[in-house]
Design a protein around this ligand. Sequence first.
Ligand code: GLA
Ligand code: GLA
Length: 693
Amino acid sequence: MNIPNRSIPKQTQLFYGADYNPDQWQHAPEILERDIELMKQAGVTSASIGIFAWTALEPEEGRYTFEWLDRVMDRFAQEGMFVFLATPSGSKPMWLSEKYPEVRRVNQDGIRDRSGGRHNHCMSSQVYRAKTAQMNRALAERYQNHPALALWHVGNEFSGECHCQLCRTGFQEWLKAKYQTLEALNEAWWSNFWNHTFTDWSQVPTFDESIDGLSLDWLRFTNDQHVSFFRNEMVPLRELTPHVPCTTNFMGTHEGTNYWQWSEHLDVISNDLYPMPDDREHTWQQSIASDFIHSLMRGMSGGKPWMLLECSPSSVNWGQINKLKRPGVHRQEVLQAVANGADTIHYFQWRKGRGGFEKYHGAVVDHEGSDRGRVYQECAAVGSELASLESLCQQDLPKSDVAIVYDWESRWALNASCGPKKAEAVHPYPSDIYTEACQAHYRALTVAGQSVDVLSAQSEFTDYKVLVIPALYMVSDALGARLQAFVDRGGILVGSYLTGYVDEMNCCHLGGFPGAGLRDTFGIWNEEVDYLHDEIEVLIAAESGEAYPDAAKDIVEVLHADSAEVLARTASEFYSGSPIVTRKQSGAGAAYYVGAKLGDGGLNAFYRQLLSAHDLHSNLQMIMPEGVVLRQRESAQGRLTFLFNYKREAQSIELLDQSLRDLATGDLLSGHVELQPYASHVCVAEEGSNIAV
Ligand code: GLA
Ligand code: GLA
C-alpha cells in the first residue's frame, strides 16, 4: 500500500517547522525578515506556505502576482530552508466564488453557501477543477526548479459534502457504474421498505436517512469525489515536478474520509493532530488515543515514516476550554509522534495573525513578537533536540506482532444504521461507538506493553500473531473467509460486540450474527443485543466464578456458545449466565469473542490472559504501570527507546536488568526509576544491557 511509483529523492533530515502565512504580512517586510531570523534560531528547517493565499497569488482572474512568493522562496533557499508549497484550493477567492456560483457548496436543504469560510468548494464543479489545475500549473511552472521546493501540500484538510445538482447527477452516474441496473440498486438498498423503489435514475436523491444503503453509498461517493478532486489537482504537479512528492494533510480518524483509500495516492502520508490540552485524571488515555492515530498513519504509510503536518505548540482557540499545555506536554507530544514514525513535525502556526478567526490560536511566535516567550523557547529547545535525532530519518519502522483493523466502511455502515447506541463525541478522538471500540482495545493492548499496528480490512494480515477486529460491523463473505484462514494458519483473532452484522450493502446477514461465516470461526451465536442507559452496568464473572475487575456498559450481547469455550459470563440482568467472553481453539489458532463493552479493567485482564496464554510477551523486561508507554525506533546509530509517562502524576518503573542512557540529559536509567509527570526520555541501551531482543 502507498508505494510511491515515482523517483522521489529521500528526505535527508527531520523536518521541523510550521504553517507560515507571509501573505498576511506583505505590508510589513520587517516582520518577514524577523521571521527568518527567529526560524533559524529555533532550528526550523521548513514551512508550509500559501495554504490560503489564492487571492494574494491571483487577485483577479488571470492576473498573477507571485513576486511576494518569489521573495519568500528565495529567502528560504538562501538560508538552506525548505518550503512545503501549498496549492491554495482550501479557500476560494471571493472574485471566483462570486463569478462562478457553482463552486460554492449546496446544503441538504438546497441552499447554496455564501462566499467566504473555507474548505467548502464543490468537488464536482468543473469550473473549480479547471481553476485549481490552472493555478497549480502556474505554481509548478514557476517553482519547478526552485531549490526551496521540497513538497507539495495539496489543498487542506479535504472534507465535507455538497448536495448541488452537479453532485446529485454525479452520484447517479456513480451508482449507474456500480449497479448497472435499477433492479440491482433497489435490491442492494432494500428499496421495497417504505415504498422507496426507484423507477428512474434521476429520482435518486443525495440523502434519505431512511435508506441506509443510500447513506452508505453517498459517503463512498463523496469520499471518491474528494479523492478525484485531489488527484485532479496533482495532474500538473506530477507532470511538471515528478521529483517533488505530493501530500495532503489528513485528520486522523475524521469520519467522512476513508484515508485508506486516499493513502494510495499520496507520496508521503501526513496528518494533523490536535490533542485538546488537558490535565485531568483521564488525560493519559487521550495520549494513548493519539498514539493510536499515529499508528494508523504508520499503517497507511506501509511502515515508512510519515509527517505530523500540523499540531499546536500550545493551546488551540476552537475548544470550549482552551487550556495551555502543562510543562512537558508539548515536548512529549512531539516525541510521541517521532517515536511512532514521524520524520516531520510542523505546527499550526508560526506566527499569530493580528485579526481573523485564529488570532488567539497557539503559535510559535506570539503577538509580542520576540524570542522571549515560553512557547518560543520550548519550540527552540524541541528544534535542537530534533536536530540531534537526525539519525532516525527515513529508517523503516518496526512491525508489531499485534494488529487492529480500523475500517471506515464499518463505521459508516454502523452510523447509518438506526438502533445502536450513540457515543458522545470527544474531540478529536472517538466520535462514535465504532472508533471508541477500536481505541479501547488499542488502549488495553498498550497497557499490556504491546506496540500495535493499525491495518485496513483489505490489508494483508497473515504475518501477524494477533489480529483484533473491534466492532467490525461490516464483513463480506470474502473478508469472513480471510479471517477464518488467518485462524486456520495459527493466528489469534479477537472479535467484539457488533462484529459481522451486515454485508457491504449494510444489509443484515441471515442465519445469525456474526455472519459471513464468523459464527463458525468464533463458535458462537449472538442472538440479541442489549443497549444500556449510561448509568447501568451488567456484572461479569469469570468462568471460574471470580468477579471481573469491572462491569460491562452500553452494549451487551446475549450469546450462545455453540462450539466455543466460555471464559466469562454475564452475572446480572435477565440474561445472567449467558456467555460473554469466549474462545474457540482451532489447531494452533484461536478465535476470541468479547460480547460486551467491558471497562478498562476487564479488557486489561482479558488481554493479559490472552497474551500470556499464547506466550506473547512484550520483548522488554520491565514492570510498567498504566500510562507509562515505551516505543522503539531504529536509527542509523542503532535502536532508540522512547519512554513516556502520560500521567500528570509521577510514576515508578522497574527496569529490571536493563540500563538506558537518556540522550538529552546523559542520565543513566536503571533499576527503580521515578518518572516525572509527563516525562519523556529518548534513550539508547547501555552496552551489555538486554533492552531489546
Ligand atoms: C486545521 C487547519 C489549520 C488551522 C488549524 C487550527 O488543522 O488545517 O488551517 O485552522 O486547524 O487548529
Ligand atoms: C410506527 C409505524 C410503523 C413502524 C413503527 C416502529 O408505529 O406506524 O410503521 O415504523 O412506528 O416503531
